[in-house]
Structure formats: C-alpha cells, structure tokens
Write a protein that binds this ligand. Sequence first.
Ligand code: NDP
Length: 306
Amino acid sequence: MSGVILDGKKINQEILSELRPRIAALTAKARPPALAVVLVGNNPASQIYVRNKVKTCHELGIRSIELTPPENTTTEELIEQVLPLTTDPEVDGILVQMPLPKQIDAERVTRYIDISRDVDGFGIESLGALVLNRPAPRACTPAGILEMLQRYHISLAGKHAVIVGRSDIVGKPMALLLLHQNATVTICHSRTQNLAEECRRADILVAAIGRPAMLTRDFIKPGAVVIDVGMNRLTDRAEVERLFPGEPARLAAFEKNGAALVGDVDPSAMKELSSYYTPVPGGVGPLTIAMLMANTVQLAESHLLQ
Ligand code: NDP
C-alpha cells in the first residue's frame, strides 16, 4: 500500500488562482494590495524565501516593498525602519523575515506590527485571537496545512491529531487550528516521553521538528495522515542513498547541488504506511507562500473595501 500524495503545488495554484479576481477587484477599486518585506542581513535560506515571496507577489500583481537593512542592524535601527510602515496607508501587510540576527530582539520588533498589518500572524494579538477562535491573520504554515486537509476532504472532527513540535510559528498554532476543528490534540516536544508510542496513536501526525527523518516507521500508525513540515538539508551522500533508495533523481540532484532536502519523517516509511502524506519538497512549503498571499489580500480588503 502506498499513501496518496497531498500535492502542495496543486493546492498552491488553486489558492493563487482564487486570489487573482480579488486582487483585480482591489486594483480596479483602489490600488493593488501591498506587502512590505523586511529582510535583515545575509542569511542565505532567508534570502531564498524572501525572493520566492516577492516573486509570487509580482506574479499576482501584489505590490512588494522591500527593505534590506544590513546584518549589523540594531533593534532600535530596525524599529526605526519598520515604524513608518505600520501607519503607511499604502501598506497592507508587514513581514519581518525570521530568524533575525542574534543582536536583535525579535519580540520587541514584532510588537510594533499591529494586528491590522500582521500578515504572518505572529503577533500577540493575532495569537490571542487564534486561541479564542476569532478572526485574525493566521500563521501561514499551519493555516496552509489546514487548508490542504480541508481541500482533500480529510475529516478532522473526533480524530486524534499528534503534533511533534511546539514552536510559536508552527506547532502551537497548528494544535489550536486542529482543536478548533474538533480534533483531539496531543502536542509533543523534546521532553516528551515515549514519543514513538504517542505518535503511533495519531490519526493525523504533524512533524514540525527540524531533525532529518527522525520519525521512522515505529512512529506511524498504518493508515495515518502524515504532514511533514520539516525542511532539512542533507549533505552526506550515504544518508541520501539510505533515505531515498531507488530514487536516482534525488542522487542526481544531490550531485548537482551538494545537498538534498528531507523532512522530519522517514520518506519511505511515510509513503508506505500513511493513507495520505505530504512529500518534501512539494508538500507544505508551497502552501506557506500561498497563505501569505491570501493573508495579504484579506488585509487589503479589510483596509480598502470598508
Ligand atoms: P523550532 O526549532 O522552533 O521548533 C522545533 C520543535 O521541535 C520544538 O518544539 C522542539 O521541542 C521540538 N523537538 C526538537 N527535537 C525534538 C526531539 N528530539 N523530540 C521531540 N521534539 C523535538 O522549529 P520550527 O517550528 O520553526 O520548524 C520546524 C521545522 O519545520 C524545521 O525543519 C523548519 O525548517 C520547518 N519549517 C518549514 C516551513 C515550510 O514552509 N515548509 C515553515 C516553517 C518551518 P522543545 O520546544 O522542547 O525544544
């Protein structure tokens, strides 16, 4: 048996095409939606993420405003740059790309971003609204996962969801979103005992850990829906061969790029044991960007169509 692929690229395209007429309506009535993207320093992964976000904005006709302060920016200097955006009537969403350089107090910076422009849903007010199940921008990765589960008609009410990872941007908001869909939710983390046993109880298993292929077949109940959020770079050829047996395309990509991507779940175990699963890459990643665009459009509508 082999699980059905939850195709993030396909859902991404569906979401983006549903946004196009809404963007056209905003542009005709007032102006295009606008997203401010703040990228501090030279983190190569962040540069790639930001490039993809900006590219998607341009493809859709969303205006992007890019700020790229240098690596040695202080908290005060960054706040000075972000502050004008927070009251600019031409800006609908503000995204400060994480992680920030170590000297910057990320929490102090995000506190300046009001809920009406909190396109990432990371602020205290947006998170409070999530706890209370009230409308507010939702963190893009968990919101994208929920959107995908719903579009594949995977029922959640009464199901046991186990989430491994309790970060503020993935694990915790994911748990709350699933709870609001009436799943019974267990959150696991680095201090959880008998992790494999907890995971094996999951009808829906979400891995958001950041450890390559950590969840092996002992962690998966046959027939579970497995969502693999992890994005880990493998640089050891032997590991790539072990984790992707009989996949020459992966090895070829590894030879070309010097690295291969793997999630937090063992790919063969996930494929063989699950009923549905998200591949890495091509599963959760494309949903995050789609939901960022959806949040931007939603905020623009709340600013321009009142
Ligand atoms: P964090 O590092 O913030 O959180 C990781 C979580 O995993 C923590 O709660 C930690 O527990 C838990 N954890 C770590 N080791 C173990 C262990 N051995 N056993 C059980 N739990 C463990 O990561 P993020 O939530 O930001 O991201 C998780 C992964 O998802 C990363 O690979 C990241 O790259 C990827 N990601 C992918 C996105 C996408 O669009 N595809 C978007 C965002 C993230 P504790 O709290 O106890 O330390």
